[in-house]
Structures are given as structure tokens and as C-alpha cells.
Design a protein around this ligand. Structure first.
Ligand code: WT7
Length: 660
């Protein structure tokens, strides 16, 4: 079992926060989609019946008769004899129900260009794209890599792949050529859909050249047969004859007639790579029926979605699970109207998000604490210049929201009237697992509070026994849930080891949590070697491998240190090779930051790199990252008695202090 860092004890939120609660207003409660508290116990009595009922809200081409097959744990099957088409549930179903004229997407490009797509128009685009992909040889069971900016074609591509029963693997546009290539190879993707570039921070951020670099790696041979390129920014790109095709030139050849076939509920829908405790990213596999059931149900209940009147906006990129579940599948299956924005919140200035909310009359807004803290820093005078009165529900995701940020969000963005749903979940869980229900829950700033109906979360000690109220422990999930990860792509043993072997027979999420006297859950961060930087998951080991990959580096240790804005920040400690004269310690810092960004992606760039002569190790040679974290956060160094050399931490912490 991995060493558990002191996060459970050191979390800033205490029990007194629990005193400060915000019950739903009578008006909100009366109109809420879920306002009968008996939903919790009724679902708990028979979770399978609960989920079967929620699944039947979807359109099945062949109804299921089986609910859960848990005969081979931890490999679950949900609704396995049923068949459905996920894309048709997001599109054709709404047309058939007569809401084709409803806006599906209000797209706002960063430079200010806009595009509106109704459900009818989106369906038409997806059907044409599906025909185009078919002619490129995409069939059920294949994998397609998607490396795109936040533009409508990203959503269209995902849905077109899903419509054919193939699986997409979306790779966040900020990832490097190396990271992209590793994901393409692992999934054996035969097609990559990309764009020339996207707009970010007022500039063109090129994507196609990175795809070219990725495919040129390892001698140039890969599983990829074609690269389909959407024209977005008009930057110069090289098109390789026979391999690369322009989307706009191809798609015109196809019509918008395409009949969606049903696929088995357990047909793979997508692979999404996420960082674990080892260097190699894990391909999290999600399938169709159970996934769509849970994302659709949670999206409707937790955000209190009224598809006829709400304007929903989730700021996540489709490169992350939040974008998959709460930009693409949940909202579209519910027939919601949503905003998709391409760029960053500070472009052209920090008023951008608020001006978008005012312009489209956004009623439900879902973002991450790191973004809220960044906006807080800029000051409330910016959002106060905009009319945000349309907002009626706010959401938070990605990391614990500190009570100070919660209150600011509540007051400044929510006008003190919009409930905030703090939603805990993971790439692996596929959908929200712990969250308030806005019509029922008395909110506690900083707590995600309640497992959703039909979800069996517990806080346990290392032996898997439930802890008492008022205590902390490990967050586990006992019963399988419909949108759970089915396996790690190509590595079922790793799936069993990573999630199901640490706490016997239970899914171990990697998070520490406390349960307060009322039974509400307070998340306290990862207890493994996974960092959370701006709500994005990074592996310490992966960054360490990138560092030692540099010619000048002999050894490295990476920790996630508390950071006011990003939650955690990457802090690296490196030992340079002694014979290495090519860079000085000073040059090393800048050079290694850049190196990590090129190897993995800009999100992994260390905030600080410290060149040290030694790393703190136990007598058995294990690096004590906990002590490095103490140093990086400027705390007194913890117990050093197990170190082989007890003086090393003193030298390191002096070194860190001298930098401040
Ligand atoms: C990890 C999962 C789920 C979408 C975004 C991240 C942390 C997520 C919360 C929350 C406290 C949270 C956990 C989790 N996390 N949401 N509301 N409160 N922590 O997805 O990259 O798979 O990361 O994010 O540590 O394990 P992910």
C-alpha cells in the first residue's frame, strides 16, 4: 500500500464549518426536480431498481432485462442485454420529440466569433460526420483519437464516433506530442481528428503540428491511417499526402441521412487517459448504457436542470472527464441548451466569463475552485459590472472548495440566492457521486456532503471498516455503480490492483475524507502520489520520469505543494549528474521547467525546481516525499528519524527558504 501522506490530519477545514449552513429557499425547493427526501432511502433499499428506473428514461433500441451483472467482480456489467445508440439519445430522440428547434450549443469563440446550433442542426452535422468517418473506415469497436480545441466540431466528432459504435480517446489540447503519441499507441487509434489550431489567450495555439510531431516519433510508424483536420485558425499546416484530410473539404461529400444502429450497453464508448501513481497514464474505459444513465440522471438532478428554460454552462474542456460527462453526454441527452466557450477566462480581460453569462442569460454555471480563486484575486469589482441575475444554480468540481472561495462564489456570482453544488467524482467514476441536491440539502461551504441516491460511499480505515462520525479515513465505494470504469484499457490486472486491492473488496478512490456529526462528507485531497493542480490530476512519478529523462538529471523527487490559486503546485527537487557541466544550477531551473512542459504538457510545468545534492531517503532507499512537501510548503520538517542521513532535510529546507 502506498504511503499515506498527512493530508487527512492537515486539511484546513474543521468541524466548526459544519455549523454554517444554507438551507434551500422555500421557492427553490418547491420548483426543484428532486424535493422529496425519501429518494435517498428508497434508492438505498433497492439501488438496482433505482438505476433500472433511471436507465429506462433513455431510449433503448432493445430494452434491457438484466440490470447488474456482478458475477465477476470487479468487472461490472450494467443493462448488458439492452441495446442503445448513445449519440441518438443525445440527438435523434430530441428531434423525434419535436424539440429540434431548441438551441443545443451557443458557441462563443475566443476572438468573439459565435455560432448557434439547434438540436436539428447538430444532428445534421453529426450524421454527415458519421458518414464521413464510415468512408474513412471507422467501424464499431475501433478507436479514434480526438485532439481539438473547444469548438463545435469537437462535440460533433465525439458524437459521430459514438454513433458508429466506435470509441473515442480525447486527448486534451494542452498535452505534448509525446503524451499524445503514448495515448494514440496505447489505444491503437487509426484516425486522429484535430484542428489546425485553437485560440487561447489571444493567440493561435497550434495543434496540427503537434499531431505531426507525435506521428513522427518512434521512427514514424504508427497505427494511424488518417488525420482529419478542422480549419479553425488558418495557421500554416503541412498536409501529408494520403494521410491528412481537411474536414471541410471532405464533409461536403456526405449527406445528412444516417440511421443510428443500436449497440450493446457494454459497448465501449470512450477511453480517457488519466494519471495514476505510476509513470504510465491509465486508459480509463467507459461503456455506453450505464454511463449514459448516470450522467444524464445526475445532470438533471444535481443541477436541477429544466431543459426548456435553462441555459447551462460548464467551463470544462472536453479533454477532461468533466467535458465528456457534463458538456457532451449529460447535457445533450437531457436536451439542454448550453454555452461552449473556446478560450480562457482572462481574454481579452477578466470580465469575459461574466459577459458571456450576461449575454446568454446563463442560469446554471459549473466551474472549478481554482478558477473561482483566480477571479477572487482579480476582485469582485469585475463581475459586479455584469448582470449575473440569471444564475440560479452554481456548481464546483475538481478539488475541495475552500469556504472562503465558496462564500465569494455564493455572494458575488450567485447573488446569495443560487445554491452551490460541490460535486465530487473522478475520471473513473464517470459521473458525480457525492454532491448536495439543491432542493433538499442544507449546504455546508466546503463539503460535498451526500452520496447520490443509489450510490454507496463509505469512509473506512485501512482495514475497510467504517469509521465513526467525526472521524477521517479513506473514501471507498462498496457497490458497483452504472457509470463506473470498466477496466484500464489493455491492462485488467492494473485495474484490479489499483482500485480494488487496497481496501479489500471495495473501490478505493485515492482520496481521504472525513464524515462529520451529521454524516456529511468532507473531501480532504489525495492520499496517494497523485497531485491536483488546478483541478487536473498529475502523477508525481510521471513528472519524475520526465525529469530524469533530461540528460543533466541524475535523480528527482516531485511533490504537490499547497498553492493559493491552483490548489497544489508542482515542486521538483533534482540532483544533477556530477560530471554534467552543461548546465549550472541556475540554468537548470528554467531548463527543466521547460523540459517537463514539452515532455508532458504545460499543465505539468513545475512552479519551482530546486537543485539539491541529496534527497531524503529511508535506509531502504525510499524517497520521503512527505518531508519534501513540508519543506516546499515552508513548514517545520516532520519526523526525520527514519532517514538514512538525518542532516539532508536541514540542507534542503535552508535551500528552499533562501529562495523565498
Ligand atoms: C480527483 C479526480 C471529476 C472531475 C474533475 C477531476 C478530486 C474532484 C472534487 C471535489 C474534492 C475533488 C479528487 C478526485 N476532486 N472533485 N468536489 N472535492 N476533491 O477529475 O482528474 O479524475 O480527478 O479530483 O481528489 O480523486 P480527475
Amino acid at each position: 500500500m502506498t504511503e499515506h501522506h498527512g493530508t487527512i490530519e492537515s486539511h484546513p477545514l474543521g468541524q466548526d464549518e459544519a455549523q454554517n449552513t444554507f438551507p434551500p429557499s422555500a421557492e427553490f425547493r418547491a420548483q426543484a426536480n428532486v424535493n422529496d427526501p425519501s429518494v435517498y432511502w428508497r434508492a438505498a433499499e433497492d439501488p438496482e431498481a433505482y438505476w433500472a428506473k433511471r436507465a429506462s428514461e433513455l431510449r433503448w433500441t432493445k430494452p434491457f432485462t438484466e440490470i447488474l451483472d456482478w458475477s465477476n467482480p470487479p468487472f461490472a456489467k450494467w443493462f448488458a442485454d439492452g441495446e442503445l445508440n448513445v449519440a441518438a439519445n443525445c440527438l435523434d430522440r430530441h428531434i423525434a420529440e419535436g424539440i429540434g428547434d431548441r438551441v443545443a450549443i451557443h458557441f462563443e469563440g475566443e476572438p468573439g466569433d459565435t455560432r448557434t446550433l439547434t438540436y436539428a442542426e447538430l444532428t445534421h452535422e453529426v450524421k454527415r460526420a458519421a458518414n464521413m468517418l464510415t468512408s474513412l473506415g471507422v467501424e464499431a469497436g475501433d478507436r479514434v483519437a480526438i485532439y481539438m480545441p473547444m469548438i463545435p466540431e469537437a462535440v460533433i466528432s465525439m458524437l459521430a464516433v459514438a454513433r458508429l459504435g466506435a470509441a473515442h480517446s480525447v486527448v486534451f489540447g494542452g498535452f505534448s506530442a509525446d503524451s499524445l503519441r503514448a495515448r494514440i499507441d496505447d489505444a491503437e487509434a487509426e484516425l486522429v481528428i484535430t484542428a489546425d489550431g485553437g485560440y487561447r489567450k489571444g493567440r493561435v495555439s497550434a495543434l496540427k503540428p503537434t499531431v505531426d510531431d507525435a506521428l513522427a516519433l518512434r521512427g514514424g510508424g504508427s497505427t494511424v491511417k488518417n488525420v482529419l483536420v478542422v480549419q479553425r485558425t488558418g495557421n500554416d499546416v503541412t498536409m501529408q499526402e494520403g494521410r491528412d484530410l481537411w474536414w471541410h473539404e471532405e464533409v461536403v461529400a456526405y449527406d445528412d441521412q444516417h440511421e443510428a444502429k443500436g449497440f450493446p450497453a457494454e459497448n465501449p464508448l470512450f477511453i480517457l487517459y488519466t494519471s495514476g501513481t505510476t509513470g504510465k497514464p491509465k486508459g480509463i474505459l467507459h461503456t455506453s448504457g450505464g454511463y449514459l444513465t448516470q450522467v444524464t440522471a445526475t445532470h438533471r438532478d444535481i443541477f436541477d436542470l429544466k431543459p426548456e428554460t435553462d441555459v447551462y454552462w460548464c467551463t470544462a474542456d472536453i479533454g477532461w472527464i468533466t467535458g465528456h460527462s457534463y458538456v457532451v453526454y449529460g447535457p445533450l441527452a437531457n436536451g439542454a441548451t448550453q454555452v461552449i466557450y473556446e478560450g480562457t477566462p482572462e481574454t481579452p480581460d477578466w470580465g469575459r466569463w461574466w459577459s458571456i453569462i450576461q449575454k446568454y442569460g446563463v442560469t446554471i454555471f459549473y466551474t472549478a475552485p481554482t478558477a473561482i480563486r483566480a477571479c477572487m484575486k482579480v476582485g469582485r469589482q469585475v463581475p459586479e459590472q455584469y448582470d449575473l441575475s440569471s444564475i440560479r444554480v452554481l456548481g464546483s468540481v475538481g478539488e475541495p472548495i475552500n469556504p472562503e472561495a465558496w462564500r465569494w462564489y455564493h455572494e458575488v456570482i450567485g447573488g446569495e440566492k443560487a445554491p452551490i453544488v460541490d460535486t465530487w467524482w473522478q475520471t473513473e467514476t464517470g459521473a458525480i457521486m457525492i454532491s448536495p441536491l439543491p432542493g433538499l440539502t442544507s449546504l455546508k461551504p466546503g463539503s460535498a456532503q451526500s452520496p447520490q441516491p443509489g450510490i454507496d460511499v463509505s469512509i473506512v480505515d485501512e482495514k475497510g471498516r467504517r469509521v465513526d462520525r467525526g472521524q477521517g479515513g479513506l473514501l471507498t465505494i462498496r457497490r458497483p455503480w452504472p457509470s463506473m470504469v470498466r477496466t484500464i484499457w489493455g491492462d485488467p490486472d492494473r485495474f484490479v490492483d489499483t482500485y480494488w486491492s487496497q481496501v479489500d473488496g471495495q473501490y478505493f478512490a485515492g482520496d481521504g475524507a472525513r464524515v462529520d456529526e451529521d454524516g456529511d462528507i468532507w473531501l480532504m485531497g489525495r492520499v496517494d502520489d497523485v497531485m491536483n493542480v488546478s483541478g487536473h490530476r498529475l502523477s508525481t512519478t510521471e513528472i519524475e520520469s520526465a525529469l530524469v529523462d533530461h540528460v543533466a538529471v541524475a535523480e528527482s523527487a516531485v511533490v504537490g505543494a499547497d498553492d493559493e490559486t491552483t490548489g497544489q503546485a508542482v515542486v521538483a527537487f533534482v540532483i544533477l549528474k556530477s560530471q554534467q557541466q552543461i548546465i549550472t544550477a541556475d540554468e537548470a531551473e528554467a531548463e527543466l521547467k521547460k523540459h517537463v512542459a514539452t515532455q508532458i504538457g504545460a499543465i505539468a510545468r513545475p512552479r519551482q525546481v530546486f537543485v539539491v545534492n541529496e534527497l531524503p531517503k529511508t535506509r531502504s532507499g525510499k524517497i520521503m516525499r512527505r518531508l519534501l512537501k513540508d519543506a516546499a510548503e515552508g513548514r517545520e520538517i516532520g519526523d526525520v528519524t527514519t532517514l538514512a542521513d538525518t542532516s539532508v532535510m536541514q540542507i534542503i529546507s535552508d535551500r528552499v527558504r533562501s529562495e523565498k
